[in-house]
Ligand binder design. Structure first.
Ligand code: NDP
Length: 262
């Protein structure tokens, strides 16, 4: 298993399992639940992982940047929850399958899946290459198919689960320069809606969170004024709201805008 904190050559810090043993166990409404957050090593995904850990969930995160993963795993373990951090490219079916298998072996069945990993690419369609199109579609859309496909059988078996897809208001609107990104997020909206219908009979909720602009390193969006956009914590709050909703309700889609426009 290629897991940060378990692989000897990459592990200078104590293993995540060890960190969890030495920190006090966090009580919380999500205690006993396991959450997998893709792209949990920075930006919105890290904020979501931290929020779910604060609520007591054990968390698995992935990303390609090992240093960022290691740092995020340390922050998460400080909340006293069990943490599994594994380098994985969510566009690769073999890496996704290994990620889900190892996360479940380390922490148990995944109750909450947050499909967050994504990338931005903006500008007129005629200036984009085929490789750029593939890269955006694979990262923002195919990855959700791959990760969900690997997680769903366990949820079906347990007849419960939350799958929360981090979409965008760009999946509801169109704008100049947004063609490739919007196409990926409109696709994700369709995928989310159909998955929700396929799975609700098994007690599994599939939701889409659609934020407007968020203050992160997100590529291609230019400089942002943090006072005029959402924070990663705002998105994490919406995800926590979905993950802690009443057992018989189904919050299917959340649109998130900054309160202030000025
Ligand atoms: P960041 O660029 O800050 O973070 C992207 C995250 O995705 C990183 O953790 C990155 O990890 C991971 N990631 C990207 N590609 C892959 C891959 N192939 N395999 C595994 N992990 C990957 O972006 P944000 O946090 O802002 O974005 C998160 C999500 O929120 C995205 O889906 C985005 O579309 C959505 N969103 C963002 C908005 C914004 O304004 N920021 C607005 C609306 C929606 P690593 O690089 O280590 O692989």
């Amino acid at each position: 298993m290629d897991s940060i904190g378990k692989s000897k050559e990459r592990c200078a810090a104590p293993s995540m399992t060890e960190a969890a043993r030495t920190a006090p166990r966090a009580p919380g409404v999500l205690a006993g639940k396991v959450a997998l957050i893709t792209g949990g090593n920075r930006g919105i995904g890290k904020a979501i992982a931290l929020r779910l850990a604060q609520l007591g969930a054990d968390v698995a995160i992935c990303g390609r940047d090992r240093e960022a993963l290691r740092a995020a795993a340390g922050e998460l373990a400080a909340h006293g929850v069990r943490v599994h951090a594994q380098p994985a490219d969510v566009t690769s079916s073999s890496e996704v399958e290994a990620l889900v298998k190892a996360s479940q072996a380390a922490l148990g069945g995944i109750a909450i899946l947050v499909n967050n990993a994504g990338m931005g690419l903006f500008g007129p369609l005629q200036e984009k290459s085929e490789q750029e199109w593939d890269s955006v579609m694979n990262t923002n859309l195919k990855s959700v198919f791959l990760v969900s496909r690997a997680v769903i059988p366990g949820m079906v078996q347990r007849k419960s689960g939350d799958i929360i897809n981090i979409s965008s208001l760009a999946g509801k609107n169109t704008f100049a320069g947004g063609a490739v990104y919007c196409a990926s997020k409109w696709g994700l909206q369709g995928l989310s809606g159909c998955m929700a219908e396929d799975l609700r009979g098994y007690g599994i909720r599939v939701s889409a969170v659609c934020p407007g602009s968020v203050f992160t390193e997100f590529s291609g969006t230019g400089r942002k004024d943090p006072g005029k956009v959402l924070s990663a914590d705002d998105v994490a709050h919406a995800v926590a709201m979905i993950a802690t909703q009443g057992p018989r309700s189904f919050l299917s889609e959340v649109h998130l805008r900054p309160l202030s426009k000025t």
